[in-house]
Design a protein around this ligand. Sequence first.
Ligand code: GDP
Ligand code: MG
Length: 503
Amino acid sequence: MVLADLGRKITTALRGLSNATVINEEVLEAMLKEICKALLEADVNVKLVKRMRENIKSVIDFEEMAAGLNKRRIIQSSVFNELCKLIDPGVKAWQPVKGRANVVMFVGLQGSGKTTTCSKMAYHYQRKGWKTCLICADTFRAGAFDQLKQNATKARIPFYGSYTETDPVVIAQDGVEKFKAEGFEFLVVDTSGRHKQEESLFEEMLQVSNAITPDNVVFVMDATIGQACEAQARAFSEKVDIASVIITKLDGHAKGGGALSAVAATRSPVIFIGTGEHIDDFEQFKTKPFVSKLLGMGDIEGLIDKVSELKLEENEELIGKLKQGQFTLRDMYEQFQNIMKMGPFNQIMGMLPGFGADFMSKGSEQESMSRLRKMMTIMDSMCDQELDHPQGHKLFQRQTTRVSRVARGAGVSVRDVQDLLTQYSKFAQMVKKMGGIKGLFKGGDMSKNINPSQMAKLNQQMAKMMDPRVLHQMGGMSGLQNMMKQFQQGSTQGHKRGGGGGS
Ligand code: GDP
Ligand code: MG
């Protein structure tokens, strides 16, 4: 069962709880049975599922629960917490330090996605403004250097490798030295894999690691191998000090449960996930937002991060307008252009409450993109007066011939134009709310400029944009807010793991 299905099944089970008239042991049992079945079908380890079930049952004591307490909510939040525990080893993820050389070494079996993921990670940090480079220390696989070179060239990332040198240790060392001397901040070292865990691979891995003393060893795990992940993760972590995990191929038909729950065996946090072959198909991994997304509850934090990446604060004109509560159709057009630049549209949509699971599967990416393009085509048929009107939708309401003119011009139906205007008025409300938050756009990082109560207001606004049917399924507004609050409270606990990996 793919992850999107898992999310849907758990949501359905939780909804059963909301629909039940009385909450008792029997109802809880039925719900747990459904959830556990779904987890097992998604390849989550039997022992972990059993433990999760016991944990939830131990939290819920029907006799002790005061009558006034909301049992539904307690059960729902304990399910949420247990799902988080399943994939969260409770160890804080390694963070690179700006202004010095951070060496990241990749390990994993052949075909797990190392080379692809190296490029994705380098690209990710490059876009965030780090001075980044790639080093190919894979001399085992024919064509390995060409593959990395191709990726690096496409993404304009400086790279190092050799066609003649056969010792990976020498290449890794030379590359790291060279780039360190040139003041690079983020050095990614790709290594070779083998078809299975074998001594020669581990031997080589250790030698490279000793030579370059990486700050972070990333173990790349292929989600498609399901239950086998656990043994593999264990074998690698026994040999080398894995500091982080990246799970690849979580798109398509991967039964991601096996990989996600195998992470516990490494005692290292998942830092990113790969969701496709393209360099953009890469997402930062945080447990709570991930589970929240899986259950279709949205990821406001992630959304704000994405919006921060747009460097809106550099768009002084827009900020000025927003502060005055203005947001025109033209502004929306420009924001759509930005969204297209932001990378995979599904990633953004998946962060909106009510969209999660569906947008985690790749299929609808094309559709979403074409929907967005269609909206832009419609706006292309509008005149300046319409685009720049402070309340464009009202202008159209007053003079309805404008609607038919635009529809004709764009080759769409009147209904399509009306839909766009409705979308705009909702979107404008939301954006104005954001603009009204004082200081939101100050400095680079929006997420640091926003306090919990403002966050709650944004969530509320976000919920208003959602399809009311979806909202209803999620237990209405109060249910949503409560969930959101829980997710935002206290980020993952745990102590910081030493950065100086190596061995
Ligand atoms: P390596 O042998 O570990 O270096 O693995 P590669 O980077 O060469 O990847 C092996 C194959 O997996 C390639 O065909 C990649 O395009 C593919 N791949 C890597 N990551 C992902 C992912 O997240 N999703 C999908 N669908 N394919 C991936
Ligand atoms: Mg490779």
